[in-house]
Each structure stands twice: as structure tokens, then as C-alpha cells.
Design a protein around this ligand. Structure first.
Ligand SMILES: [Zn+2]
Ligand SMILES: [Zn+2]
Length: 141
């Protein structure tokens, strides 16, 4: 599989025995919804039950094409509603593409919550975000 942004081959990394595809060039992450649910077991979160809203959101990145669904254009969704983190999601196969910069935003968001400068209403959604951020951190550091 090639990175939807820079077209270089993604590297398969292991996180607690689960494969995650990462781009060594742009720092993006390709994760399937099912993979994510397995990874989230510990945090008692569930991506399926968490809101993935259907409205279109814009960010500065062009829409990515799904690596699994024959170049189907992915949707931009507001991850976990409460955050302003817009990620690419494929409604066809349930894959997520998270840009390197979006991962940085997640780390930053979590830091603000930990510091107490941001109040979280939805703890289960937050635990998903925290877990995702932890996965990305471990993969790239
Ligand atoms: Zn890339
Ligand atoms: Zn797809």
C-alpha cells in the first residue's frame, strides 16, 4: 500500500501485536476501523458506537483516496465530534487516514486535557483519542 499523500510505500509497524501501516515520510497513519477497535479494547472505547458524523468538513489537506476501495474518495470527518481534528474516513471499508499533523493535534489536545485547561464531556470518546495518540507516539518515537 502506498501513502495517499506522498505515494511512498507504507511501512507495516506492530503495536501490541496489531499491524498498523505508517508513512515514514509524512508521519501519517493508516488504520482500519476493526484494527482500531481491537487496539482500543483496553480503553473500553468503541469506534463503531462513537459518533462519526456524516457532514463534510474541510481542512487544508486535499481529500485522500482509499487504499482499499479502488481509489474511492474518502470523507473528511470531525473525529470524535468534540475535537477539531479532521481526519479522512472511508465509509466503504471503514479505514481511517490520519495525517502526521493531525496526530500532532491529537497529542496537543490530550496535553491540554491533562493539564486541566480543557474539559472533556465524553470520557469514552476521549479514551479513544488518547489511545490513538499513544499508538502513534509509540510508532514514531
Ligand atoms: Zn506519506
Ligand atoms: Zn475504503
Amino acid at each position: 500500500m502506498k501513502c495517499p499523500r506522498c505515494k511512498v510505500e507504507l511501512t507495516r509497524k506492530m503495536f501490541e501485536n496489531h499491524p498498523v501501516d505508517a508513512c515514514g515520510k509524512c508521519g501519517g497513519l493508516w488504520v482500519h476501523r476493526h484494527q482500531l477497535n481491537e487496539l482500543l479494547d483496553e480503553s473500553h472505547g468503541d469506534v463503531e458506537s462513537s459518533s462519526i458524523d456524516s457532514r463534510e468538513h474541510k481542512d487544508k489537506f486535499p481529500a485522500a483516496k482509499c487504499l482499499s476501495c479502488d481509489n474511492r474518495i474518502m470523507k473528511k470527518i470531525n473525529f470524535m465530534e468534540f475535537s477539531d481534528i479532521i481526519i479522512d474516513y472511508c465509509p466503504g471499508c471503514g479505514s481511517f487516514w490520519i495525517d502526521g499533523q493531525e496526530l500532532d493535534m491529537m497529542h496537543d489536545y490530550i496535553r491540554r486535557v491533562e493539564e486541566g485547561s480543557h474539559l472533556v464531556k465524553d470520557r469514552s470518546a476521549y479514551s479513544i483519542l488518547a489511545r490513538l495518540s499513544q499508538i502513534a507516539y509509540r510508532i514514531y518515537h
